[in-house]
Design a protein around this ligand. Structure first.
Ligand code: DLZ
Length: 158
């Protein structure tokens, strides 16, 4: 994998747009919550660092990654948002469930991106095992929640 041995979560806030006038929605899956809670914390802390006021963030929690596209659509329909971040963690099991959830979640989020104006950021880890997920949610490969927040600010400013 291209990120092997690399922490991509460092960013220079001075090179990014200010989030001061932005409103950001966050949909978080509860499945593998030890991972998604860390991704969520990384995203929220980074949005705050980039200037998004805490009262301009709206969070919806859903059972699993499969429900993220629906939650993102509801966030967009109900709130006047600059961007949405979809947070989940899918870990490979012994059945094909993993493939169906990953494929449908990614496609659902892509459909939202092409069918309406609010950018939806894909912060769904799709890992072979728990350790890989830990490494990418505040471990040795950084925190993908941080990267998702940076992407949200960039896309909102397009
Ligand atoms: C059922 C299921 C399985 C097996 N694995 C995961 C997972 O690793 N990560 C995740 O976010 N959700 C998982 N789910 C739950 C589905 O996303 C969904 O919530 C249920 O199928 C109900 O629609």
């Amino acid at each position: 994998m291209a990120t092997s041995g690399t922490d991509l979560s460092f960013f220079d806030a001075s090179t990014l747009p200010s989030g001061a006038n932005m409103r950001v929605g966050i949909a978080v899956a509860e499945w593998n919550s030890q991972i998604t809670d860390n991704l969520y914390r990384g995203a929220v802390d980074t949005l705050i660092e980039l200037g998004v006021p805490t009262d301009c963030m709206v969070t919806y929690r859903v059972p699993g990654a499969f429900e993220l596209p629906h939650a993102c659509k509801k966030l967009i329909d109900r709130h006047d948002l600059s961007a949405v971040i979809a947070i989940g963690s899918v870990i490979q099991g012994e059945t094909k469930h993993f493939d169906f959830i990953c494929q449908s979640t990614a496609q659902g989020i892509m459909d939202l991106n092409t069918q309406q104006d609010v950018p939806v950021i894909f912060c769904v880890l799709t890992d072979n095992n728990l350790q890989q997920a830990i490494d990418r949610s505040g471990g040795q490969h950084g925190n993908k929640g941080v990267e998702a927040a940076v992407a949200a600010i960039k896309m909102a400013a397009l």
